[in-house]
Design a protein around this ligand. Sequence first.
Ligand SMILES: NC(=O)c1ccc[n+]([C@@H]2O[C@H](COP(=O)([O-])OP(=O)(O)OC[C@H]3O[C@@H](n4cnc5c(N)ncnc54)[C@H](OP(=O)(O)O)[C@@H]3O)[C@@H](O)[C@H]2O)c1
Length: 250
Amino acid sequence: MTEQKKTAVVTGSNRGLGYAISRKLAQISDICVIVTSRKESEGLAAKQQLVDEGLDVDFHSLDVTDDTSVQQFTEWLQATHGRVDILVNNAGVNPTSSHPEEASLLSVQSQTLLSTFETNVLAVLRIFQALIPLMKAQNYGRIVNVSTEMASLSSIPSDFYPLAPSYRLSKLGLNGLTAILAKELQGSNILVNAYSPGWLKTDMGGENAPFTAEEGAETAVYLATLPDGGSQGQFFAELRKLGEPIHLPW
Ligand SMILES: NC(=O)c1ccc[n+]([C@@H]2O[C@H](COP(=O)([O-])OP(=O)(O)OC[C@H]3O[C@@H](n4cnc5c(N)ncnc54)[C@H](OP(=O)(O)O)[C@@H]3O)[C@@H](O)[C@H]2O)c1
């Protein structure tokens, strides 16, 4: 008897890191990946590229900041795949380079802070509330939250990173969601962890970044395929940089 394939949902997977994570997960033979995107044409194009590589990939539109979109996505997922085993919360925004006032905490605009939280924090909570009940129904789940080492409090004194107040505060919120959810899921076979993919050559990271999206996807795949009893509620650095999975301090 063959076991049913695992279903993996990756948010914001039409481009950048989300696309690279989708591709790497779909290369694992027992995983079907659901590519999601708020723009249907871009998501369908991403799905087609992966299908052309012979990978098992489906698509549905998903705007993580929109209640109706999340509800429609969840209903479609239940009706067509009937399960979700892996969730990668990748969709994110970073206002640092487009908003000069982000150079100082004293000039941050509340609207920028709020809209960054809307995507990087509240939307992740919305997705948790929609999809974790499906994981609970089968007592299996692997949740990967894409954070940044800039949101490790110990990184803040370093001159290596931009100040990036709204982005950093939002990813601190995401790390908080990770720790609180892990506490709530204690004793279950649903594991939630956060990781930093490193500075990547994507639209967000820019062309001067040292690493590719494919390299940044490695730790996501590691956390998405943790064995039963694996890490719960931890924050990881990218594997590539340190050669093995290393915990980052919150
Ligand atoms: N690049 C880096 O150096 C770096 C470093 C550390 C952490 N990260 C994190 O890695 C993740 C991916 O970053 P990236 O570099 O791949 O960025 P990116 O190239 O800017 O891609 C961001 C993705 O998020 C999607 N997205 C944004 N808002 C969304 C929404 N409301 N609903 C659905 N999707 C939404 C975008 O969709 P659209 O195409 O529709 O805009 C896009 O697919 C982010 O969480 C980021 O904070 C990146």
